[in-house]
Design a protein around this ligand. Structure first.
Ligand code: NAI
Length: 320
């Protein structure tokens, strides 16, 4: 038998919870006993306007089902007000799910400063502001769970989404650093790249797919990562359609040139296929900056003897 993951006595903030994924997270957390601040500005998918009805509807759904919830209508850019709502209503905050988001898709050539800035303000700065306001509470109680929202577009790129992909990968970097800073106070920080049929994806997914890719397939991962029993921090997960996987960096084995002789671009050209080779059994998966840096130190230490050197390369370079 598996013990149920209950949330009694815990308080979560879910941003952008008036619809789509955020709504599904809020409903599930509330069903597991968590008190939820349902934050939503209630604007359009491109970030225009505001409307309190989006958050109110979800709060109503939760209360009807016997759960505890309050609405907050502030933009995540005013993260302190969102956190204040949790403290006022429930006296604490344990979990922050940074989920609010908008799109301003345009080819890079046509993208304006406004498209760039607004997407960054909502996604990256919004994630920063809400988390920053919750952090002192987490430190004081030596407990906190943060689940951030990236996107496959941040991890892999996509035509027409330069602003969004940059903000989303920014959130991955923020996640990794906060996981390091939060560790000794039991503050765990992870990031997901979800796939779900919502208002946001209705413009790009066919209707059958929007219907099939239910946000309810993603919500259980939030309930796991937000739980006190969660062992994970600083990790990236792709999730959707009932499938969940972890994503990590991979670094090729690389080529160590001599650090005691000037390195020539021609040497790099000659060894390019080795530099970009992931299939020679030497690729690694560094999990920290320290671990990643070790390779540089090793190259200094070994390069007096390590090959290939310029001489060994036998390069005969024409005069430019
Ligand atoms: P959605 O459009 O249904 O939900 C986003 C919610 O955020 C909306 O209810 C909106 O009113 C709210 N919001 C927007 N700006 C806000 C602000 N400044 N302050 C507070 N609330 C604000 O979209 P969906 O699909 O549920 O997206 C949720 C998150 O998942 C977003 O961060 C999105 O970028 C991300 N995502 C979704 C994918 C998908 O397949 N649905 C794919 C990759 C990422």
């Amino acid at each position: 038998k598996v013990a149920p993951l209950t949330y009694d006595g815990k308080v979560a903030i879910v941003t952008g919870a008036g619809g789509g994924l955020g709504r599904a997270y809020s409903l599930l957390l509330a069903r597991l006993g968590c008190a939820v601040v349902v934050n939503d500005l209630g604007g359009s998918a491109t970030g225009q306007g505001s409307d309190s009805r989006a958050a109110d509807k979800v709060v109503e759904e939760i209360r009807q089902a016997g759960g505890k919830a309050v609405a907050n209508y502030d933009s995540v850019e005013d993260g302190d007000k969102v956190v204040e709502t949790a403290i006022k209503a429930f006296g604490r905050v344990d979990i922050v799910v940074n989920n609010a988001g908008i799109l301003r898709d345009k080819s890079f050539a046509r993208m304006t400063d406004g498209d760039w800035d607004l997407v960054h303000r909502v996604h990256l700065r919004g994630t920063y502001k809400v988390t920053k306001a919750a952090w002192p509470h987490f430190l004081k109680q030596k407990y906190g769970r943060v689940i951030n929202t990236a996107s496959a577009v941040g991890l892999y790129g996509n035509f027409g989404q330069a602003n969004y992909s940059a903000a989303k990968l920014g959130i991955v970097g923020l996640t990794k650093t906060l996981a390091i800073e939060g560790k000794k106070n039991n503050i765990l920080v992870n990031v997901i790249a979800p796939n779900a049929g919502t208002r946001m994806t209705a413009t790009v997914m066919p209707p059958e797919m929007v219907e099939a890719f239910k946000p309810e397939y993603v919500a259980p991962l939030i309930a796991f990562l937000g739980h006190e029993s969660c062992p994970e921090s600083g990790s990236i997960f792709e999730v959707g359609s009932g499938w969940i996987a972890k994503v990590r960096w991979q670094r090729s084995g690389g080529v160590g040139f001599s650090s005691s002789q000037p390195l020539l671009p021609e040497q790099i050209a000659k060894h390019w296929s080795d530099i970009v080779n992931f299939n020679d059994g030497r690729a690694t998966h560094p999990t920290s900056t320290q671990e990643a840096f070790q390779q540089f130190m090793d190259n200094f230490a070994n390069s007096a003897v390590s090959e290939p050197t310029k001489k060994e390369d036998g390069l005969d370079i024409e005069a430019a």
